[in-house]
Design a protein around this ligand. Structure first.
Ligand code: ADP
Ligand code: MG
Length: 250
């Protein structure tokens, strides 16, 4: 059952978030709200804090000050069950870490059956539906090694969706793929966006950012330096930092 809070709280809120690794101040006063159904694409140079921002959202990293709220619930509140909260956030990484000795379908049904106690048959049916959704209906019994990188990444997305998350986080999910396989993964993400999934997407794929994002956020040195509508951002950015970033892409 959805535990979504009533009202119009944004799905994810970052408020004055600061994160240090030792002396290294990697997130600086981050304020950001991601609305229900919104697709926020986060771009920026390497080391600017994009991955850390995503990882703080489900407490894979701890923040030192500020707050992050998911559907109105603070992730750092003592009363928040972080394991329950994590079930509401799906995350897909650059390196699809599928279990190599499990089939595509088994990879997808594992968490729902073990963590959520979903009956095996129900999880399997749902898993097959998800494989169909990511264009891999025929690959249910394939092992990861028998799949291309793009197919593996699509299984990883289906696996995250199997937990019925309210928010999906994508961290450079196409960066390790051969160029000809990038499109099929972006296509699945575009489909999810079209269905109204709330998404935070870190990517270098500027075409995707421009076409699919509701909002583009540029990070540099741990700060959000510009945030706006993609068309505006890509054609007429406000800040010198954004102009500089975009000029390097050409
Ligand atoms: P991006 O994803 O934008 O490339 P990251 O969030 O990975 O940036 O990194 C931001 C900064 O935090 C960098 O200076 C990086 O070296 C540092 N950093 C990231 N992860 C760790 C870690 N686990 N331990 C120490 N420093 C880290
Ligand atoms: Mg990163």
């Amino acid at each position: 059952m959805s535990r979504r809070s009533a009202g119009d709280d944004p799905q994810v809120v970052f408020e004055g978030v600061n994160k240090y690794f030792g002396e290294n101040h990697v997130l600086k006063d981050i304020d950001l709200g991601v609305e229900d159904g919104e697709v926020v694409v986060v771009i920026g140079p390497s080391g600017s804090g994009k991955s850390t921002l995503l990882r703080c959202t489900n407490r894979l990293e701890e923040i030192q000050s500020g707050d992050i709220r998911l559907e109105g619930e603070s992730i750092t509140d003592d009363r928040t069950d972080i394991n329950v909260l994590r079930q509401r956030i799906g995350m897909v990484f650059q390196h699809f870490n599928l279990f190599p000795h499990k089939t595509a379908l088994e990879n997808i049904t594992l968490a729902p059956t073990k963590v959520k106690g979903v009956p095996e048959r129900e999880a399997e049916q749902k898993g097959r539906d998800l494989l169909d959704e990511v264009g891999l209906a025929k690959k249910a019994d394939a092992y990861p090694a028998q799949l291309s990188g793009g197919q593996q990444q699509r299984v990883a997305i289906a696996r995250a969706l199997a937990m019925e998350p309210h928010v999906m986080l994508f961290d450079e999910v196409t960066s390790a793929l051969d160029p000809e396989l990038v499109g099929e993964v972006l296509g699945v993400m575009r489909g999810l966006a079209d269905e109204g999934m709330t998404m935070m997407v870190v990517t270098h794929e500027m075409g995707f950012a421009r076409e699919v994002a509701d909002r583009v956020v540029l990070m540099a040195d741990g700060r959000i330096v510009e945030s706006g509508d993609p068309e505006h951002f890509f054609t007429d950015p406000e800040t010198d930092r954004a102009k500089q970033f975009l000029s390097k892409l050409l």
